[in-house]
Ligand binder design. Structure first.
Ligand SMILES: Cc1ncc(COP(=O)(O)O)c(C=O)c1O
Length: 366
């Protein structure tokens, strides 16, 4: 894009395609079924809401600058070193801080063909070059990633499981990926959906972070813990990386109510487990039901399904039809899927409403 007169951003900034979040509302009155942003249908733990509200008398005070009580709660729950945890305003902030710290013009960072789009934005925002590795069966391909590593590579971003495909890399493959990377490259394992995964061959990243100097795992309270509005995430890092991130993050980058709600959410593991159980049941039920009406569904380990439409029935038309039923799924053209929609697993009623609507759409009923 050409520069205009007046203030101009750094080269490359205007080439960034802004992130388009899932649609959140529809014109007209009435409730909508919003299954477009992978939020939990069960909401947060009531204890988290209570802890959040209990912070209201303290809004004039700055929060703990390093979110120490939250880091200590996470360390206790997962058996980690609190000093190596960095909290952020959502894991998005941590992904951007990693890019800010390790990328600049001339550097390269790798992500995969259908990978989470925030990576591309973070890479471009810091003047580095995005390198896209093709996937195999809509899954990250370790050999394809390793083949694209160069002397200029600084970061490799993998969402595991990935959004919007829901596919995951087994731990053996993650270890093989790490083993093939030079020491100066950081492997960023974005485990935003880790809690949902029910597979024996999956590991979110804690083990690799514990045993290597160049792996970072990012996590979030936005998904299973139901605190997306509070913007709360965390990264588990080698000490040297935690030190780097702590130098560049805002001195109070996480709010007091978020810290309090996060700690209370962690303390209510039964609520979290209930959300996992709900998801496990409905992920399978919806995948089978959608296939039963002629749709193809990518096997998912997360809390959403990538639903592929046949040539005769476009995803765009399905989306428009669903809107007439006041249902919002996620369009995924910009992820390379013009013929698919991504559906977040909802409540039982929401899931059944989607199924009824898509059954009508596929049979041509209005
Ligand atoms: C793979 C992945 N990583 C990170 C995020 C961002 O989460 P947060 O709300 O913690 O910024 C998302 C949210 O959609 C995601 O899908």
């Amino acid at each position: 894009m050409t520069a205009t007169r007046g203030p101009n951003p750094r080269p490359g900034i205007l080439d960034i395609a802004p992130y388009v979040p899932g649609t959140a509302a529809l014109p007209g009155a009435g409730t909508v079924i919003k299954l477009s942003s992978n939020e939990t249908p069960l909401g947060p733990s009531p204890r988290a809401i209570e802890a959040y509200l209990a912070q209201s008398p303290h809004l004039s005070r700055y929060p703990d600058g390093s979110a120490r009580p939250l880091r200590e709660a996470l360390a206790k729950l997962y058996g980690l070193d609190a000093a190596r945890i960095v909290a952020g305003a959502g894991s998005d902030e941590l992904l951007n801080l990693l890019a800010a710290a390790y990328l600049g013009p001339g550097d390269e960072a790798i992500y995969t063909e259908h990978g989470f789009l925030v990576y591309r934005i973070a890479i471009q925002a810091h003047g580095a070059t995005p390198v896209v590795a093709p996937e195999r069966d809509l899954t990250a391909d370790v050999d394809a990633i390793l083949a694209r590593v160069s002397d200029a590579t600084r970061l490799v971003f993998i969402a595991n499981p990935n959004n919007p495909t829901g596919t995951y890399l087994p731990f053996d493959e993650v270890k093989r990926l790490h083993a093939g990377l030079p020491e100066h490259v950081i492997l960023v394992l974005d485990a935003a959906y880790a809690e949902y995964v029910r597979a024996n061959d999956y590991e979110a990243g804690i083990e690799l972070v514990a045993t290597t100097q160049n792996t970072v795992m990012t996590r979030t309270f936005s998904k299973i813990y139901g605190l997306a509005a509070l913007r709360l995430g965390w990264a588990y890092c080698p000490s040297a990386v935690a030190d780097v991130l702590n130098r560049i993050r805002g001195p109070f980058n996480v709010t007091g109510p978020s810290i309090a709600a996060g700690i209370a959410a962690l303390a209510d593991q039964p609520h979290m487990e209930q959300a996992v159980e709900h998801n496990t049941i409905w992920l399978r039920t919806m995948a089978e039901a959608l296939q039963g009406i002629g749709l193809r569904v990518t096997p998912s380990a997360a809390n959403f399904l990538l639903v592929h439409f046949p040539e005769t029935k476009s995803a765009r038309d399905a989306d428009t039809f669903l809107h007439t039923r006041r249902i919002i799924l996620r369009r995924v053209e910009e992820y390379g899927f013009p013929d698919a929609l991504r559906m977040t697993i909802g409540t039982e009623d929401e899931n059944n409403a989607v199924l009824r609507a898509l059954t009508d759409f596929m049979s041509g009923a209005q």
